[in-house]
Every structure is written in structure tokens, then in C-alpha cells.
Design a protein around this ligand. Structure first.
Ligand code: BG6
Length: 271
């Protein structure tokens, strides 16, 4: 079933299916969490302290960063995650639930961005989770599907398939112990620029497989102890139970045209 609900100030679709449970906020076309029925904890993770307020970013889930990543523009990570999208379709069958949400220029977006655009996000949740962003316009867009993964213990995490070239986003480099593998023992914030299509995230309890479709980069992020404490919408201990592995278009921006859709996305499953 798909039921309309509200979390704080925000309209949310709550999904209960034999294959999974999940929820999607119309603000940001934001998948808030996803837990396959075979799992005892969410695979896509939401902070206990997340804000559900109008025009405030939600901590966790899959924030849609568009039409720019990070501080390439203002607001940080683009405006798409701050405004309400429209629900175009919602279908349910034996395999799960499929949603399409869209956003185009309106009064709310006009304050952030004046170029004409159309952006669509399709979400499939079932035994797997698949998210695709497509867009049209007459400009170049950078973007991230900023997925927060739920993990058993950050100290046991090994991420593979990232390749060995990356742009460090922190002032002090944290060199990985093994090239091409990510383990986390301090704050991590990197843009990997030559990634495999398949990335695995093992945490000692389960292996999450992330398959990229048309993504050019993957960002990995964990705030670690001090930054976790500094974030009001993130509990102090939560850095131990999440890691962001984000399918992105940063170094190869989406080259939008007015007539053809540019698209990228990912699929996540537990293997
Ligand atoms: C990551 C960035 O993608 O997102 C980090 O690489 C940033 O630098 C993180 O801190 C969270 O961003 P925000 O705006 O959601 O707090």
C-alpha cells in the first residue's frame, strides 16, 4: 500500500509492501528510507534527528542534489532538495512500488534558479531500490544522488570498486590503507573520479551492492565525531551507523538539451 502522511511539516508517501517498507517525501523527491523485508535494519538510512521542515534539507535517505553539487552554487547541493515536487505516477505490483516525481519552473524554484528546466525522478522500491534522475534544459548541471547507507559498524566497513583516483575534499588528506578500497577511521569526504559500475559496501554483517548507471563519479562521506556533534540534525553517535556512497555527475556534468533527456542513476540491493 501507499499512504499519504505527514512527517513534521512535510507531505510523505508511506510504502508498505510484502517486499519492503519505504517512505518518500514530496519535498526533494526524497526517498527517506528503504528496508527490504529480508533485512532487520534499513539499507537506506534516515537520521533520528532529521528535520521535516519546508525548504530545509533532510538528513538521510537519498537527497537529490541538482542542478549543482556542493558549493558550485548557492544553496549548497542545489535547490531541488528544498522544494516540493509533483507526484506524476504511482504504481504497485508484485515486485514493489514505482513512483515518478517531477519538478519544473514555478514560483518557489524561481527564487533559486531562473533558467527553464524539467527534472524527473523515478523510484522503484521492492527487493531492490532503483533511482533514476532525468532532466532537460539548456545548461550543464552537476548532480548527486546523495545516498545514506545504513551500516552495522563504521569500523568494519570496506567499500570496493571506487578505483584509485579521487579529489580530496578535506584540508587534511586521509590516505586509504589499501589503494582502491575505502575503510573509515576518521572524517572522509572524497570524490572518486574513475569508479567501477559496481561498488560493494561490506560491514561485517551484510554486503550492499550499488550499481551505477551513467554516473561519472562517486562521493564517499562520513562526518566522524566532531562534525557529527556540530550537526543539529544528526545524533552524536550516528556516524557509526551510516556511510554516504553517492552516485554523481560532477566531473562529467549532465549536458542538458531542451528536447532530449539526460539521465543517470543507481540500483541498490543486498547480496
Ligand atoms: C557531501 C559533501 O556530498 O555532502 C560533504 O561531499 C558534505 O562535503 C555532505 O558535508 C553533506 O552536505 P549537507 O549540505 O547535506 O550537510
Amino acid at each position: 500500500s501507499v499512504n499519504q502522511s505527514t512527517f513534521g511539516e512535510l507531505p510523505v508517501l508511506v510504502i508498505k509492501h510484502k517486499t519492503c517498507s519505504a517512505a518518500v517525501s514530496l519535498q526533494g523527491a526524497h526517498l527517506l528510507f528503504w528496508q527490504p523485508s529480508t533485512e532487520t535494519t534499513p539499507v537506506i538510512w534516515l537520521s533520528q534527528k532529521a528535520n521535516f521542515k519546508k525548504e530545509v534539507a533532510i538528513r538521510g535517505g537519498v537527497p537529490v542534489c541538482w542542478p549543482w553539487f556542493g558549493k558550485l552554487g548557492d544553496p549548497m547541493h542545489g535547490f531541488a532538495r528544498l522544494v516540493e515536487w509533483q507526484l506524476d505516477s504511482c504504481k504497485e505490483d508484485n515486485n514493489g512500488v514505482d513512483l515518478t516525481l517531477s519538478l519544473t519552473n514555478n514560483q518557489q524554484t524561481e527564487r533559486f534558479f531562473t533558467k527553464p528546466f524539467h527534472v524527473w525522478l523515478t523510484i522503484h522500491v521492492g527487493q531492490t531500490c532503483e533511482v533514476t534522475l532525468s532532466c532537460q534544459g539548456d545548461f550543464e548541471a552537476t548532480s548527486a544522488l546523495h545516498t545514506y547507507l545504513g551500516i552495522n559498524n563504521i569500523h568494519d566497513v570496506i567499500v570496493k570498486g571506487l578505483g584509485d583516483s579521487y579529489q580530496e575534499r578535506l584540508p587534511v588528506e586521509n590516505k586509504p590503507a589499501i589503494q582502491g578500497q575505502l575503510t573509515v577511521n576518521q572524517e572522509v569526504d572524497r570524490i572518486y573520479t574513475n569508479v567501477d559500475d559496481v561498488i560493494t559496501i561490506a560491514d561485517g554483517k551484510r554486503i550492499i551492492k550499488l550499481t551505477n548507471v551513467n554516473a561519472s563519479d562517486v562521493v564517499t562521506w562520513n562526518p566522524w565525531i566532531d562534525k557529527a556533534k556540530a550537526m543539529a540534525d544528526f545524533a552524536d553517535e550516528e556516524y557509526q551507523s551510516m556511510v554516504c556512497v553517492e552516485s554523481c555527475r560532477i566531473n562529467k556534468p549532465l549536458k542538458l538539451t531542451a528536447t532530449q533527456k539526460s539521465a543517470y542513476g543507481f540500483k541498490i540491493e543486498v547480496i
